[in-house]
Design a protein around this ligand. Sequence first.
Ligand SMILES: Cc1cc2nc3c(=O)[nH]c(=O)nc-3n(C[C@H](O)[C@H](O)[C@H](O)COP(=O)(O)OP(=O)(O)OC[C@H]3O[C@@H](n4cnc5c(N)ncnc54)[C@H](O)[C@@H]3O)c2cc1C
Length: 503
Amino acid sequence: MQIIIIGAGVIGAAIARELSRYDIDIKLLEKEPDVADGTSKANSGIIHAGYNADANTLKGTMNVKSNPTYDQLCEDLKVPFKRNGSLVVGFNDEDLKKLKVKKENGEKNGIEGLEILNREELFKKEPNINKKAQYALYAPSAGIISPYELTIGYADNAVRNGAEVLLNTEVEDLIIKEGKVTGVITNRGNYQADLVINSAGLYSDKVAKMAGDKFEITPRKGEYHLFDKVHGDLVNNTLFPMPTEKSKGILVLPTVHGNLLIGPNANIIDDKNDFSTTSDGLEKVFEGAKKLVPSVPEDGIITSFSGLRASLPSNDFHIGFSENKKALINLVGIQSPGLSSAPAIAEKITEMVNQYFKNNNMEIKLKDDFIENNPSYPHYHRYEENDEVEKWQNVVEKNEDYGEIICRCEHVSRGEIIDAIHRPVPARTIDAIKRRTRASSGRCQAGFCGPRILNILSNQLDIDPLEVTKKGRDSKILKAKSKELIIKDINEEDNVGDKNESI
Ligand SMILES: Cc1cc2nc3c(=O)[nH]c(=O)nc-3n(C[C@H](O)[C@H](O)[C@H](O)COP(=O)(O)OP(=O)(O)OC[C@H]3O[C@@H](n4cnc5c(N)ncnc54)[C@H](O)[C@@H]3O)c2cc1C
């Protein structure tokens, strides 16, 4: 049996991993040069507790079902995850009423441990919070995760279990025969399938349209500031303001790697490729964050970025078989809490796939040699986080590449970068190395390590350094060899001289 999954964000990768438990030929197709190159790389990285959405919505059920599975999942996939808790902060009695409604909704959804904190309890947890804060809804089960490491972990595991990940492979059309999707046409050839799963994120409406299904995704941009780790302990929990109709509001939170993150705002835009940040938008992010924590620093920002929510008018996820063609499942509008919901969504799709094959007299069987765990690649920063730096010596003694630090900000060694290049879903760009190792994600933003990473990529892949890119396509970093440039400059000067003479 052959299944094609379109889009290697967290949803496509989670589905690929879940389906790789079965004896199926799985292809995960991604138009970008790496997995997690869409919305799954640019979000708040929160595993929500699940008190926001109504229990009757897919958002509500998928989030609540997934949340408790994250500890085991992240242990299996070797993905950093921490249950740091979340606080929705109220400033007056009107807010308190709304917090009580949220708590009741959460309890109806089956979330345990929700509490309304008074001022004293709140300040004990968050000494730096706005002194005017009065109450908070505390959810101990909320967590923080590295969203791209989760996606890579899922995809790596799927490959270890036999799935194929085809990068730089864009689905341009569906092959349809007698009302049934039988494959896909891509920029790199055609592929046949018994079933196609559309998890193309922002572009899932475009893919659905290839089968005649009508959805309209509106991109809603959220901008962020990320701060240096020296500010990482300004807050302990994920702090939310009172939400509005439009969004959950601007948050202040630590990242799982110990940075401080503020954002996102929410602005509807037209262009699905517009990942720019604006001074106006980032100003609003600051204003919002300072309402929660007035001492949010003005300096120490190491980068700013934006992500695009894939919103549907229903404001819920759509997960279902195509209304027009057989053998196609559409996942559309997987906006927040899509990351938090990924495990349950993958499970739901697996049930739908099983049912589909049963209905069509085709049977899929569970493998008995499924590999649940990913191997544990050595990461110096994890030894630091666990106060086990002295044990790193053992790692270096086995392989001296781990003894040479390439990224000074995040303490990433040559060995870790080489591992990233040879993982099941291999890193082929500077950004792909960053997402697997953290090299270049620190204070200097690749100023020191960038050229060194480029060199390692060039050596390991045996390609010309001029061919190494930041993120694929036309993002080459080097223009020409310096000697060639000097010769070119001299030639150009000579030519100018000639021209001048001829004038
Ligand atoms: C600002 C913001 C904050 C958020 N915060 C949170 C949060 O804290 N917690 C939470 O739970 N959720 C959060 N979310 C939501 C979460 O990020 C998304 O639900 C999730 O990442 C969606 O994953 P996906 O796989 O559906 O989409 P994507 O990650 O976008 O993946 C889709 C993939 O499909 C590929 N693709 C598209 N078209 C084609 C094609 N034709 N051929 C091949 N490949 C194709 C794309 O390149 C992309 O890689 C947030 C979202 C945003 C924007």
